[in-house]
Write a protein that binds this ligand. Structure first.
Ligand code: CDM
Ligand code: ATP
Length: 338
């Protein structure tokens, strides 16, 4: 891993020796999401589908460090890292360029290095790339000392991906439009989840296309109204919520990856209250009665041979937030020396 600059650095500016204080690297933790309810409407002229969704942020997280560096770029570590691009197509790098442009910096030479540690499954329908973009926006806002609200960061984020604004806010939220228009759903209850990660990812556009194809030739099931889901969230009763989990993309994900049917059945057979494909899949999320039950379900499911690996998670958790900002340890010397 390349070194990230921290603390003060001496530079010559003309005939003056300047101590430029390089800001310390900023590390941001950002959660994965699951859609508790995902109602997909018609395709819009811009190619996106109109959604009504309820997002919940789960305690599966990525960590993203942004730092001033003379070797700009992105590096990715952790599970699935080898499949994540480190070129300009990485969503975190696109976030750097978008925020640089928005704040009058050079988007092609932003002098920033981004280090991503993946804990969120890649191409798993849990918004991993969007999470990294959101974390990068929050990290850069701190690194560059920007006076921007989360709403303003979300405006920049929405242009990068429909799931980016939610990763900024976290917790539980009702999403509309293409998923970027959010209203917080308040609640004091914690829900316990088991997530089953598949061996290979699924492409989000492919899953939406498959749903359009299925709808053109038959009538795949559609989720009901969102209001009962919001009521169940307010009661905090996982049994009530379990009955209402629904995802219009599930039939499309299962059509592209029929083995998911077996995974969903195995989770319920292992004792989960209900299982659902997370977003565009192929990760399956299982709602459990409590923390102890989640641990039991995870143990049984991991022995069932239906998925690559299994994780226990809780939700809701907060959105992207700074967890470390290493201040230089030595006292700051005067800024300019003759
Ligand atoms: C499946 C979900 O994760 C549910 O929250 C999201 O809808 C996907 O959000 P995302 O990965 O941030 O997706 P984007 O990067 O905005 O869009 C990727 C592609 O997914 C499809 N897409 C996405 C969102 C949406 N409301 N309708 C769509 O049809 C489009 O083909 C789009 O080109
Ligand atoms: N920082 C990133 N992390 C993960 N994938 C990235 C990143 N940047 C770009 N990608 C690309 O995006 C693709 C989708 O990855 P991601 O993990 O975001 O999928 P996802 O969780 O299914 O997304 P969503 O749930 O938002 O539809 C990957 O196959 C990868 O090529």
């Amino acid at each position: 891993m390349s070194r990230l600059s921290a603390g003060g650095a001496r530079r010559r500016v003309g005939s003056t020796d300047v101590l430029a204080v390089v800001p310390p690297p900023v590390t941001v933790r950002v959660p994965a999401k699951v859609n508790l309810h995902l109602s997909v409407g018609d395709v819009r002229p811009d190619g996106y589908h109109e959604l009504v969704t309820v997002f919940q942020a789960l305690s599966l997280t990525d960590e993203v460090t942004v730092a001033v560096a003379d070797d700009p770029g992105v590096e990715v570590h952790g599970e699935g890292a080898a499949t994540v691009p480190t070129d300009a197509s990485n969503l975190a790098w696109r976030a750097v360029q978008a925020l640089a442009e928005r704040t009058g910096r050079d988007p092609y030479d932003p002098k920033v290095r981004v280090v991503i540690r993946k804990g969120i499954p890649v191409a798993g329908g849990m918004a991993g790339g969007s999470a990294d973009a959101a974390a990068t926006l929050v990290g850069l806002a701190a690194l560059w000392k920007l006076d921007m609200t989360r709403d303003e960061l979300a405006e920049v984020g929405a242009r990068l991906g429909s799931d980016v604004p939610f990763a900024l806010y976290g917790n539980t939220a009702l999403g509309a439009g293409r998923g970027e228009r959010l209203v917080p759903v308040l609640g004091r209850h914690t829900f316990h989840w088991v997530v089953a990660l598949d061996r290979r990812g699924l492409s989000t556009p492919d899953v939406y296309r498959e749903l359009d194809r299925l709808r053109a030739e038959s009538r795949p099931p559609r989720v009901g109204a969102v209001e009962p889901v919001l009521e169940a969230l307010a009661t905090g009763d996982p049994r009530q919520l379990a009955l209402l989990l629904g995802n219009d993309l599930q039939s499309a994900a299962v059509s592209l990856r029929p083995s998911l049917r077996r995974t969903l059945r195995a989770g319920v057979a292992a004792g989960a209250l209900a299982g659902i494909v997370s977003g565009s899949g192929p990760t399956c999320a299982f709602l459990c009665a409590d923390g102890a039950s989640a641990v039991r379900v995870a143990a049984e499911l991991s022995g069932a041979g239906v998925c690559r690996t299994v994780r226990v998670a809780q939700g809701p958790v907060p959105g992207a937030r700074v967890v470390a900002c290493e201040e230089p340890t030595r006292p700051t010397p005067p800024e300019v020396h003759a």
